[in-house]
Design a binder for this molecule. Structure first.
Ligand code: CP
Length: 310
């Protein structure tokens, strides 16, 4: 039987198809209980530790909301870089050794690639990666998949455009790996300086995933069922002038959507800066706020599954 009990969730490509389906089904079950006004107590007596060394609105609050909605409790270090003992030089490995005494499951966000793995190496409790620098954001990818299924009815065989900062955007690194399990065809749209890393495109092509790399967003949108837009990740730039040059490379507006494939679904992991104009919020296919809301049930499923409480 498929189980995630005791497992860390560090990368999207660690998940088997059965594990992905288990997460999707568990999230759907929790969603239907909540919609019916039911009360869930799966995590009663359990504690979640959230360690955020980088800013977050959605990931941190939806994990904390998920834990509370399952009857559990939360301990949190919000400004972990300055208010935890990391400021005194403590390693993530040692922090992991400590949190296993305080919590049953932990979520970490950190600016360094591999940070969640380092915490997990020290901790015997399950560790969930809430975003490690420009590396991975697997729980975002899972809620993105859940959203695509809700919005489109299926993910099998869809054409999906990933646009924006594909170099630094951890959400698209994880999402491309996850969607590769479902026969998705990709357009990758980015300025040359922000192209999808070649190790990711090579890995996808090795899995026989069809990818078109282009800088023409309109052409990609005309062919796509889903347009997933990302922000240029200012915090990953060492040269502010380079950020200024590249920000605003792509803006999704009413004209672009009118010329796109009819019924195209617009997604964005948020926060947005200026990638999607506000006027599109009223468009039926603008799914980005529904997408963020789906994070709660998907993260409820992850917390319950890795602690064996689903
Ligand atoms: N999508 C996402 O990770 O949002 P936050 O940075 O607000 O957590």
């Amino acid at each position: 039987m498929t189980t995630l009990k005791g497992k860390d969730i560090l990368r999207a490509d660690q998940l088997t198809l059965d594990e992905i389906e288990l997460i999707m089904q568990t999230a759907a079950r929790f969603e239907s209980v909540m919609r019916a006004g039911g009360r869930l107590t799966n995590m009663s007596g359990k504690v979640l530790a959230t360690l955020f060394y980088e800013p977050s609105t959605r990931t941190r609050l939806s994990f904390e909301s998920a834990m509370l909605r399952l009857g559990g409790q939360v301990i949190s270090v919000a400004e972990a870089r300055t208010s935890s003992s990391a400021a005194k030089g403590e390693t993530l490995f040692d922090t992991g050794k400590m949190i296993e005494s305080y919590a049953d499951v932990a979520v970490i966000r950190h600016p360094a690639i591999g940070s969640a793995q380092e915490l997990a190496d020290g901790a015997s409790i399950p560790v969930i990666n809430g975003g490690d620098g420009a590396g991975q954001h697997p729980t975002q990818a899972l809620l993105d998949l859940y959203t695509i299924r809700k919005e489109k009815g299926t993910v099998e065989g869809l054409t999906v455009t990933l646009a924006g900062d594909l170099k630094n955007g951890r959400t698209v690194h994880s999402l491309s790996a996850l969607l590769a399990n479902f026969g998705v065809r990709f357009y990758f749209v980015a300025p040359a300086a922000l192209a999808m890393p070649t190790e990711i495109t090579a890995g996808l092509r090795q899995r026989r995933v069809e990818i078109v790399e282009t800088s023409d967003l309109a052409e990609a949108a005309a062919q796509s069922d889903v347009l997933y837009v990302t922000r240029v990740q200012r915090e990953r730039f060492t040269d502010p002038a380079e950020y200024e040059r590249l920000k605003g490379s792509y803006v999704v507006d009413l004209a672009l959507v009118k010329a796109a494939k009819p019924g195209i679904t617009l997604m964005h992991p948020l926060p947005r800066v200026d990638e999607i104009v506000k006027e599109l919020d009223a468009y039926d296919g603008a799914a980005y706020f529904r997408q963020a809301a789906n994070g709660v049930q998907v993260r409820m499923a992850l917390l319950a599954l890795v602690t064996g409480q689903a």
